[in-house]
Design a protein around this ligand. Structure first.
Ligand code: NAP
Length: 676
């Protein structure tokens, strides 16, 4: 079989491995299948290419342009994913594992594409949070904004997810308008290279937006500045080394680390053998131990169960693990493939031996196990290994040794507080799970462990059918964890995009802030349009375009009629004396909903036109009661516009209702869909 040359993509050119190349073995046969690495890598040229060409091209696009690009990239990868599956078997992964890596990565990109269109503006600046009132009369205000870093994101990834590991970082980076240099782990870089080729060949990416280093990074980290980001996934030892790079320390380069973690799963004290929760617990643990042959940063390493259930759990897990067929990952019957390499196998066995100094192995013997359809001695196969630690309070290795394979330890706990204390002995982890049907136990344990864990996953019979799994980081939810887990944070929806942007507090007048953010702020400049705003198409409406309506008197007959028509005969609208006893009202007052309806009556333009629908109303506040005889008028201003598709976009209107004295009566944001 020929040895595959895995190239790097450097400043617009594919560069073959040279004298600096390292050999890469098949996880199944141990044979050398590829080589990667360049002694001559020009790291500075890559950084310059990204900063000077990729960055400006991405920053010229709006969030929506970039989101559309992500969607097209994800579609292209999805259409060509078979090639990635075919290559991935040699990493030891089964077809089911590919679904997590390849399909999971593509799915993550789709989610960011969709969130980018729905939750970010069609602009290059993101207004982060609400406007802050910094002055009494509202002439000086504050607003946080996020803008793209003009630097480059260097992504250093672990070997276990060559596709997901790249895409989960790449999607938010590109959405933020920042170019990326991806450095996959050498052991599986041939799969990443294939995925990068697909993306580059699609022609969807601007030049310089994506580069690839297969092999060593050279001196790249020495050239980073305060506008660059390193996002690292891998072992704690490598993270510790890299984050101490002098240029990273001196320039305060953002360094996000996702490290290894001693994740725990807790069986609730209420989950007795025979219950649905008990069976669910065994299923989740078995799956987490054996998926990707346990090479998952989120895998369950510590199994915490009530002391009275230790033997039942060991028996149940042993029975389930005995059914796991180990073998050639290409075979349909195989449930668990191989570790990534012989070196990884040595590492896992060494660490399992360390755990064995404090715990008894109760399932899985690395010297006597069966491998189907592959040579057990040549491939990097190991059996699932289950340990039991009888004294978890005195033990240390079981809480801090990550055997990055199918290795896990059962420990008994006395009560909920003890379970939480043991879970926290991991000194910071990516995820802890809790299987319980008891909401009070869930609350007690969650509050006791949340500070030590990036994610807490609670499951029971009610949620199990639709639950997403202990080990699956979701693009919507934060992935990362404190302490041992690296102290980093990835994913979590739009939060992930902000990791590649600078948040800046800007202060100034409403008009200045509006001009910067592209969002109208009360007190900002009002524009009088050439016609009623409801007759104006989406593209014609200007931010700040404002309509002032005529006033309308609210009579007691109006209040009476509205009350009986709607059935809302609440005493404050009907009974003057009762209303006056209420601390909020001087006497009988108009319904808030009546005022909203009158407001619509004042500002709508009735004819068929570009306003297609009223789709909602946000941030409604009633500030001052309106009593019969008062009059109200409306100011309606275009606050923001967000295109939705080719035909229409959403207009967010800022609406205020004032009375005859100019006092604010109500304020809200109205949403309409307007034709282009
Ligand atoms: P690793 O040995 O720490 O390597 C991680 C990455 O760092 C690889 O790309 C590696 O490249 C690179 N690297 C190593 N030394 C470097 C240096 N001096 N300069 C620049 N880059 C360097 O980890 P791994 O064995 O690939 O992955 C397994 C570990 O990752 C496990 O501990 C696991 O828990 C952790 N992990 C964590 C997460 C998470 O999200 N928290 C996810 C997956 C895995 P080479 O391969 O070329 O050496």
């Amino acid at each position: 079989m020929s040895v595959r040359d895995v190239a790097s993509f450097v400043a617009g050119e594919w560069i073959a491995p040279d004298t600096g190349a390292r050999n890469i073995e098949s996880a199944i046969t141990g044979a050398v299948i590829a080589r990667a690495g360049q002694a001559s890598l020009d790291a500075q040229a890559m950084l310059t290419h990204a900063r000077d060409i990729g960055g400006p091209a991405l920053r010229a696009m709006t969030f929506h342009d970039r989101a559309r690009m992500l969607k097209a990239l994800a579609q292209h990868l999805d259409a060509n994913k078979q090639a990635l599956y075919d290559l991935s078997f040699d990493t030891g992964a089964t077809q089911k594992d590919h679904l997590i890596d390849v399909d999971g990565g593509i799915g993550t990109m789709f989610v960011f594409a969709s969130k980018g269109r729905r939750e970010l503006p069609d602009s290059t600046v993101y207004a982060d949070g609400a406007v802050e009132q910094l002055s009494r009369r509202g002439t000086f205000m504050g607003q946080h904004i996020c803008t793209s870093l003009p630097g480059v994101a260097v992504h250093i990834n672990a070997f276990n997810f060559p596709v997901w590991g790249m895409l989960e970082k790449l999607a938010p980076t590109l959405l933020a308008g920042v170019p990326a240099i991806v450095k996959p782990a050498t052991a599986t870089c041939y799969v990443t290279e294939a995925a990068v080729r697909l993306m580059l060949d699609s022609g969807l990416l601007p030049t310089g937006a994506l580069q690839l280093v297969c092999g060593g990074l050279g001196d790249m980290l020495d050239h980073l500045t305060c506008q660059d980001v390193v996002s690292f996934t891998g072992s704690a030892a490598t993270a510790l080394k890299l984050r101490q790079t002098p240029a990273i320390v001196q320039n305060s380069v953002r360094f996000v680390a996702e490290q290894d973690s001693l994740n725990a799963s807790i069986l609730g004290p209420d989950a007795q053998p025979g219950s649905e929760e008990f069976a669910l617990f065994l299923k989740e643990v078995t799956r987490e131990m054996t998926t990707k042959a346990g090479q998952k940063c989120t895998a369950i390493r510590r199994i915490l169960v009530p002391e009275t259930q230790v033997q039942a759990v060991i028996a149940g897990l042993s029975e389930a693990l005995a059914k796991i067929t180990i073998g050639d990952p290409r075979a349909d019957s195989t449930r668990m493939g191989a570790l990534v390499s012989a070196a990884q196998k040595r590492d896992v066995l060494e660490r399992a031996a360390l755990i064995a100094t404090e715990a008894t192995r109760v399932f899985g013997d690395p010297d006597t196990f069966t491998v189907e359809g592959a040579n057990k001695d040549k491939g990097a196969f190991v059996p699932p290994m289950l340990f039991h630690c009888a004294d978890p309070d005195s033990a240390t290795h079981v809480h801090d040794t990550e055997a990055f394979g199918p290795v896990s330890t059962v420990m008994g706990y006395r009560d909920a507080a003890h379970a939480a204390a043991l879970a926290n002995r991991g000194q910071g982890s990516l995820v802890a799970s809790l299987i319980t049907a008891d909401a009070q136990i869930a609350r007690e344990i969650t509050l006791a462990i949340a500070a030590y864990h990036g994610r807490v996953y609670i499951n029971n019979a009610t949620s199990m059918k639709e639950s997403t799994g202990h080990g699956s980081p979701l693009p919507h939810m934060v992935h990362g964890g404190p302490g041992r887990a690296g102290g980093g944070e990835e994913l979590g929806g739009i939060r992930a995009v902000k990791h590649y942007m600078q948040r800046t507090a800007i202060q100034g007048s409403p008009e200045i802030l509006s001009a910067i953010t592209g969002t109208w702020i009360p007190g900002g400049r009002e524009i009088t349009g050439p016609a009623h705003p409801f007759t104006r198409r989406f593209g014609e409406l200007a931010i700040g375009e404002t309509l002032h309506t005529a006033p309308r008197v609210v009579s007691s007959e109006d209040v009476e009629k509205f009350a009986h028509f709607t059935g809302d005969t609440f005493y404050a609208h009907m009974d003057d004396a009762a209303a006056a006893r209420n601390p909020f009202f001087p006497g009988r007052v108009a319904h808030g909903y009546l005022l909203l309806s009158f407001a619509a009556g004042l500002f709508v333009q009735p004819d068929e036109g570009p306003v297609l629908a009223n789709t909602g109303l946000d941030s409604l506040r009633f500030m001052k009661p309106v009593v019969p005889g008062d009059s109200i008028k409306v100011r309606l201003s275009v606050k923001a516009k967000t295109p939705r598709n080719e035909e229409y976009g959403e207009v967010r209107w800022h609406v205020t209702l004032t009375n005859q004295d100019g006092d604010l009566v109500a304020e809200y944001e109205l949403l309409t869909m307007n034709a282009f």
